[in-house]
Design a protein around this ligand. Structure first.
Ligand code: HEC
Ligand code: HEC
Length: 379
């Protein structure tokens, strides 16, 4: 027996980067606040899978798909042999391990592609922004979650398999995936390290990270170089749906006492009622003349929540019962649901003071886009 190189450098890098990006994407999947980072790990995973597919054809001996091309039946029967303690030791992937590799690549691809379409549909962001509407985006999201859960299950199966094979054959398989080497009988072909490909893979991952942070998240490089980052907003991916309607007259008339609430935040009937009752507007008389009322209304109705130009519009509109006409955004079921976990003390912070001070927590409130990642509760 002698120690030989089995897993080349690119294969090991792929393995751990893929595992880490899946774990990171999993951990950032719960909170909307981390969505921009969640998406990054998704794109990283997609890129890594792309690399692995190429490396499975062009890579070193043990990395090539042809060196572990077993069917599901071979995988199952190997699993049975292992369980009864009779399985052969394999230098490369064993038949059960090969099933995990193919399943994880296929599920990873499904998770990433559905994720891409959820981001493009529900958030109107990313590479396929606008290809799907909100309703379809939500349906794809179900599939995205399902595929991710299934993938986690296969990961656990893979870990159990690695632990079992390590124990049965008295070798640390996880460590082999770090060092790349295994004990093998004299004459077993060894792999080449492929250092250059490994280095290029690392450079590509780093470049994607830098590009994402500074370009996709709109972080000005100059400010970071000059260590002048105090007043930078939270990094977030830009909204790339159709530009939201804007109107100087509306900003002027409706933005003087509070911020101008974008028309997408209430349905048309609410705006009609607010304008009809403009002389008793929450205790104030707006004293708008007829032409101004008409111009404002035309603008607001044209991009009201029913138009679903943003995720918030879509969700707010869906949450309101057709027989009700809320005058407050803060009374709509979607709004109250999204904000019910905010502590009473946070509403009272001097930077917030009131629920209608949306811009205190949403950096893009003036624009009306209300992107998940653009919010920060001031402390
Ligand atoms: C003279 C000051 C003033 C102007 C001008 C004004 N508002 Fe208001 N608006 C208020 C006050 C006061 C409230 C209640 C705020 C609170 O509850 O903290 C309010 C609340 C609202 C709310 C409910 C916010 C919520 O969800 O709780 C909406 C919607 C609204 N205004 C729309 C408009 C529109 C549209 C215009 C332009 C036509 C406008 N406002 C102009 C004073 C004004
Ligand atoms: C005290 C801070 C704060 C204020 C003020 C505030 N919000 Fe929020 N808002 C949040 C937080 C935090 C969330 C995220 C809740 C979550 O993660 O589900 C949120 C979520 C939302 C969402 C959902 C975003 C999404 O896509 O998931 C919308 C829309 C929204 N807010 C609109 C408003 C509007 C309109 C106002 C003003 C009338 C407002 N918010 C005022 C803190 C605030």
């Amino acid at each position: 027996m002698k120690r030989i190189l089995v897993w080349d450098i690119p294969t090991r890098l792929f393995h751990w980067l893929f595992a880490a990006s899946f774990a990171a994407a999993w951990l950032t999947s719960e909170s909307d606040e981390w969505l921009s980072f969640h998406a990054f790990f998704g794109y990283l995973m997609l890129g890594l899978i792309g690399f692995r597919l190429i490396w499975g054809v062009a890579g070193g001996h043990y990395a090539r798909f042809t060196s572990f091309l077993y069917g599901p039946r071979a995988g199952l029967s190997y699993l049975r042999q292992e369980l009864s303690g009779r399985g052969d030791r394999h230098i490369g992937h064993n038949p059960a391990g090969s099933q995990a590799v193919f399943l994880l690549l296929a599920l990873g691809l499904a998770v990433c592609l559905t994720g891409l379409f959820v981001q493009g549909g529900e958030e109107q962001q990313g590479a396929v922004a606008g290809w799907l509407g909100f309703t379809l985006g939500r349906m794809v999201k179900e599939g995205h979650g399902f595929a991710a859960n299934l993938m986690l299950l296969v990961v656990f199966g893979h870990l159990a398999g690695v632990a079992m094979a390590s124990w049965l054959h008295k070798e640390n398989l996880a460590r082999s995936m770090v060092t790349g080497t295994k004990e093998a009988p004299e004459g077993t072909p060894a792999s080449k390290p492929y250092r250059l490909v490994g280095a290029l893979l690392l450079v590509a991952v780093a470049a994607l990270g830098v590009w994402w942070f500074f370009y996709a998240l709109h972080q000005p490089v100059e400010k970071y170089l000059m260590k002048d980052t105090a007043d930078l907003g939270a990094p977030h991916v830009a909204f790339v749906g159709a530009a939201l309607a804007d109107d100087p007259k509306w900003r002027e008339e409706c933005g003087s006492c509070h911020m101008a609430f974008h028309p997408t935040l209430l349905p048309a009937r609410s705006w009609q009622k607010l304008i009809a009752e403009q002389d008793r507007h929450f205790g104030a008389d707006l004293a708008l003349d007829a032409p101004t009322r008409e111009a404002l209304l035309a603008f607001m109705v044209n991009d009201a929540a029913e138009k679903m130009s943003t995720e918030a519009a879509f969700r707010i509109n869906r949450s309101i019962k057709p027989e009700t006409t809320p005058l407050r955004i803060t009374d709509t079921p979607y709004w109250t649901k999204k904000h019910r976990d905010i502590a009473a003390s946070d509403w009272l912070l001097p930077q917030v003071k009131s629920k209608v001070n949306c811009a205190a927590c949403h950096q893009d409130a003036e624009a009306g886009t209300f992107q998940d990642a653009a919010m920060r509760i001031p402390r």
